[in-house]
Ligand binder design. Structure first.
Ligand code: CTP
Ligand code: CA
Length: 225
């Protein structure tokens, strides 16, 4: 029944989760990245392991320790993260894309450190593959959950991503408010699915992660328990 979950709500469920930023190399000493800390993804990995899931955490570069009972795969670029994720899909029932994947990478990586020869310079960028949408198109498609990081029109853009990426659930995150989201310890989100939504007010990321894991377990694994 609603609101009644034991602590093993994802018992034996194989979960792959991406977390943290990616780094896109420009030359041997420089890269493009973003402010993601990985805290939300790591908190979700920990909460899922607590709920009995078998968790593979595909992590970009972070300063966080690996949660207990979680297998971490370290990656750097979006392409690395993509490859590592695809490698888990043969045996994956639930995927959560929490990483702040760089949308673009330099079209080529300079072999040597770029010198400041000119007053201006251009770096050509090309699109990275979209990990969560590729997962959602896979022949062994797991239940697929994404995040939407927005600075404006949060719910509108998030619902668009839910549909475009063919997700089961999207967690909408207002990253214009520095008290929540990206580098903060707290978060507040709206979880959105095809025919409903649910607001989760501002709280610590581990508490919020436990609530999101309960919601995912209730909505998508209820029949299996
Ligand atoms: N995502 C992904 N692979 C990418 C880009 C994004 O898996 N190359 C995932 C993120 O992990 C997140 C979701 O897609 O779960 C939405 O990411 P977001 O950056 O909000 O959306 P984008 O589709 O990249 O659109 P935009 O940045 O233009 O808003
Ligand atoms: Ca993006």
């Amino acid at each position: 029944a609603a609101g009644v979950f034991n602590s093993r709500s994802l018992d034996g469920v194989h979960l792959t989760i991406t977390a943290g930023p990616t780094r896109e190399a420009i030359d041997p000493v420089r890269y493009i990245s973003n402010h993601s800390s990985g805290k939300m993804g790591y908190a979700l990995a920990a909460a899922a392991a607590d709920a009995g899931a078998i968790v593979t955490l595909i992590s970009g570069p972070t300063n966080l320790p690996c949660p207990e009972r979680v297998t971490r795969v370290d990656t750097i670029s979006a392409q690395d993260m993509f490859d590592a994720t695809m490698g888990t899909l043969d045996n994956c029932q639930l995927f959560i894309g929490c990483a702040a994947v760089a949308d673009y990478r330099p079209s080529s990586i300079a072999e040597q450190k770029i010198k400041k020869d000119n007053d201006s310079m251009h770096i050509e960028l090309v699109r990275n593959p979209d990990i969560v949408s590729t997962v959602a198109k896979h022949s062994k498609r797991p239940i697929t959950v994404g995040f939407a990081a927005e600075t404006q029109d949060l719910l509108h853009y998030a619902r668009g991503k839910l549909e475009r990426k063919n997700l089961d659930l999207i967690i909408a995150n207002d990253v214009s408010n520095t008290a929540i989201g990206f580098n903060a310890n707290d978060n507040a989100v709206t979880a959105i699915w095809k025919d409903g939504d649910c607001q989760i007010p501002q709280m610590g990321k581990s508490q919020l992660a436990a609530q999101l894991i309960s919601l995912i377990a209730e909505k998508f694994f209820a029949a299996k328990n």
